[in-house]
Design a protein around this ligand. Structure first.
Ligand code: FAD
Ligand code: NAG
Ligand code: NAG
Ligand code: NAG
Ligand code: NAG
Length: 498
C-alpha cells in the first residue's frame, strides 16, 4: 500500500502541476504551425498583424487574396491622379487605425471640408455658408436644439464604445459580437441593433424633421441607405460626420500593404474555393488532430494546404467570396445576406448648378451635396474630392455615390460639361435591416469570421477591432485560456486595475 502510494505520489503531483498550470501556460499545447487568413483587406492584414503579436515569430501565417491587397480600400485613376474609391475617411478616435499609421510611418493629413448643402430633389432644405455663426443660427432656427443634442447623444455612445480599446489592451476577447457590444454598453447597445436609427432617435426625442433632413442624408452618403439601417451603424455613421476626419497620404490601402509586411505573413495570390475539416492521426501521441484544408485556385492551378487555425476576413456573400464549406458537422450556415450596391463615379468636370435649382451658377459655392429620401433622386451624394497625394494640387474632381451606374442622360444632367470619368461599382456594405442578425464569430473549433462585425457596422476601424478580437480569441481558445474570454464587468474591474 505504502509503496504503491509512494509510486503514485510523483504521478499525482505531476498531474496536479499539469492541471494547476493549465490556464496560464501555453507550453502545454503545441503552438499552431500554420494559420490561414482569407482576404487581404484591412480586416485580413490587421488580423495577420495581431496574430503575429500573439502567436510569436515561429508560426507560419498565409494570407490568401484573390484581388488586390486593400480590398475595399482602393484607389482609382483619373487623368493620372489617384482618388479613394472605397473607404475614404477615418475618425480621429479610431485608435487602431491611428496606431497602424504611426507604427508604419505613414502620414495622415486632415480632410478639408467645404460648404455642404442638403437637397431634397426640389430644393435645398439646408445650405451652409462660409459664415460659421450664421450656420449655427440657421441650425437652431430650423431644428431647435436637435443638432446640439445629437452631438451629445453620439458622444455618449462613442464614449462607451471606446471601452473596447481598454479591454483589448488587457487582452480580453469576446466570442460573439453581441457579447462584445454588451460588454461596452449593456442592453442599450443590443437594443440599438434591434431597431432602426429612426426609431432610436425618435425614442431619444429627436424631431422627425431633423431626422429626415439632417440624419437621413448622412446615412445615405455613408451607407447608401436611409434611416431604416440599425441604430448602431446609424450612430457610427453620425460620428463620421464629425470634424477632424483624416485619411492616409498616398492612399488608405497603404495601411494594408504595410500591415502585411509588418506581420511577416506570406501573401498567396489566389481564390479560395472551399474549406474542409480534416482529421489526421497524430503519429506520436496516437490521438487525432484536426486541421482545415484550404482549396484555392491560383496561376499555378488548383492547390490545397492544411492549417491549424483559419480566419475568414471577407464577407461570405456568394457574389463576394463564394467559399464552400465541405463536410462540416454541423454544417456551416449560409451567411449570404444581401450587400448594398454603391457605385462611385469620379468626374473631372463642371457641375450643372441649374440642375440643383440655381438660376445663377456663379452663386453656387457648395462642395458637397447630401440628399434626403426621394424616389426621383438618382444620386445619394456628390462632393469634391482631393487626390490621395498632393491633395491641394488636383483639378476639381467630383465623386458621385449612386445605387445604380449613372446613365449618359443622368451624367448630362448632373454636369454641364466634363472631360473624363472613372467608375467603381461595389458590393459596399451590408444592406441593414434590424433586428439585425449578426453572424457568429466562431464558425467552427478554430475557424473565425472577422467580417461578422460588419452587421453591427461596416467601417475600417470596425474591421480592425474585430481583427484584434479574433486574434485574441484564436489565441485564448488555442491555449484554453477561458478566463480571458467573455468576462463580465470588465469596465468595473479594469477601473481599479491600472
Ligand atoms: C464606397 C465605400 C465607401 C466607404 N467609406 C468608408 C469610410 O469613409 N470610412 C470607413 O471607415 N469605412 C468606409 N467604408 C467601409 C470600409 O471600406 C470597409 O468596412 C472595410 O474596408 C472592409 O475591410 P475588410 O478587410 O473587412 O473587407 P474587404 O476590404 O472587402 O477585404 C476582403 C478581401 O477578401 C478578398 N477575397 C474575397 N473572397 C476571396 C476568396 N474566395 N479568396 C481570396 N480572397 C478573397 C477580397 O478580394 C478582398 O480583398 C466604405 C466602403 C465602400 C465600399
Ligand atoms: C433583440 O432582438 C432579439 C430577437 O431578434 C431578442 O432575442 C433580444 O432579446 C432583443 N434584445 C433587446 C435588448 O431588445
Ligand atoms: C483559376 O485560375 C485560373 C488562372 O488564374 C483561371 O483561368 C481560372 O478561371 C480559375 N478557375 C476558377 C474555377 O476560378
Ligand atoms: C460559386 O462556386 C461554385 C463552385 O464552387 C459555382 O458552381 C457557382 O457558380 C459559384 N457562384 C458564384 C455566384 O460565383
Ligand atoms: C442642367 O440642368 C437643367 C435643369 O435640370 C437642364 O435643363 C439642363 O439640360 C442641364 N444640362 C446642362 C448642360 O445645362
Amino acid at each position: 500500500m505504502a509503496a504503491a502510494a509512494a509510486r503514485l505520489l510523483p504521478l499525482l503531483l505531476l498531474a496536479c502541476l499539469w492541471r494547476g498550470a493549465a490556464p496560464g501556460t501555453p507550453e502545454l499545447r503545441r503552438p499552431p504551425a500554420r494559420i490561414g487568413v482569407i482576404g487581404a483587406g484591412i480586416g485580413g492584414t490587421s488580423v495577420a498583424y495581431f496574430l503575429r503579436q500573439k502567436f510569436g515569430k515561429d508560426v507560419r501565417i498565409d494570407v490568401f487574396e484573390r484581388g488586390e491587397v486593400g480590398g475595399r480600400l482602393a484607389s482609382i485613376n483619373l487623368e493620372g491622379k489617384y482618388y479613394e474609391a472605397g473607404g475614404s475617411v477615418i475618425h480621429p478616435l479610431n485608435l487602431h487605425m491611428k496606431h497602424f499609421v504611426k507604427e508604419l510611418g505613414l502620414s495622415a493629413p486632415l480632410c478639408q471640408g467645404g460648404l455642404m448643402g442638403v437637397y431634397n430633389g426640389d430644393e435645398f432644405v439646408f445650405e451652409e455658408s462660409s459664415w460659421y455663426i450664421w450656420n449655427f443660427l440657421k441650425l437652431i432656427w430650423h431644428y431647435g436644439l436637435n443638432a446640439l443634442r445629437m452631438y451629445m447623444w453620439v458622444e455618449e455612445i462613442l464614449d462607451k464604445f471606446m471601452r473596447i480599446y481598454r479591454y483589448q489592451s488587457h487582452d480580453y476577447a469576446f466570442s460573439s459580437n453581441e457579447g462584445l457590444l454588451h460588454a461596452l454598453g449593456g442592453a442599450d447597445f443590443i437594443q440599438l441593433l434591434n431597431q432602426t436609427i429612426d426609431e432610436s432617435m425618435q425614442k431619444a426625442s429627436f424631431s422627425q424633421k431633423f431626422i429626415n433632413e439632417m440624419v437621413t442624408p448622412v446615412m445615405r452618403v455613408n451607407y447608401g441607405q436611409g434611416t431604416s439601417i440599425n441604430g448602431f451603424v446609424g450612430v457610427v455613421s453620425l460620428a463620421g460626420a464629425d470634424s477632424g476626419l483624416w485619411s492616409v497620404e498616398g492612399g488608405n490601402k497603404l495601411v494594408c500593404t504595410g500591415l502585411l509586411s509588418a506581420s511577416k505573413a506570406q501573401l498567396i495570390p489566389g481564390t479560395v474555393i472551399s474549406l474542409e475539416e480534416k482529421t489526421r492521426q497524430n503519429g506520436r501521441s496516437g490521438g487525432t488532430m484536426k486541421q482545415y484544408e484550404v482549396l484555392y485556385n491560383s496561376t499555378a492551378g488548383r492547390t490545397s494546404d492544411l492549417y491549424d487555425i483559419i480566419l475568414i476576413a471577407t464577407p461570405l456573400h456568394r457574389k463576394i467570396a463564394n467559399i464552400t464549406f465541405r463536410n462540416f458537422k454541423p454544417p456551416i450556415p449560409d451567411f449570404s445576406s444581401p450587400y448594398q450596391q454603391t457605385v462611385a463615379t469620379f468626374v473631372h468636370g463642371h457641375i450643372n448648378a441649374s440642375f440643383f435649382g440655381y438660376q445663377d451658377p456663379s452663386q453656387f459655392l457648395l462642395s458637397a451635396i447630401f440628399t434626403t429620401e426621394n424616389p426621383k433622386l438618382f444620386i445619394s451624394s456628390i462632393g469634391i474630392v482631393s487626390p490621395v497625394q498632393d491633395k491641394l494640387l488636383g483639378p476639381p474632381v467630383w465623386k458621385v455615390f449612386s445605387p445604380q451606374p449613372l446613365t449618359k442622360e443622368q451624367m448630362n444632367m448632373l454636369f454641364s460639361s466634363y472631360d473624363s470619368m472613372a467608375v467603381k461599382k461595389w458590393l459596399a456594405y451590408p444592406h441593414y435591416s434590424p433586428p439585425e442578425k449578426v453572424p457568429p464569430v466562431i464558425l467552427h473549433d478554430q475557424m473565425y469570421f472577422v467580417n461578422s462585425i460588419e452587421w453591427v457596422a461596416s467601417a475600417m476601424e470596425m474591421s480592425a477591432i474585430s481583427a484584434k478580437n479574433a486574434a485574441l480569441l484564436a489565441y485564448h481558445r488555442w491555449y484554453n485560456k477561458e478566463d480571458m474570454i467573455d468576462q463580465e464587468d470588465l469596465h468595473e474591474r479594469l477601473k481599479t486595475e491600472l
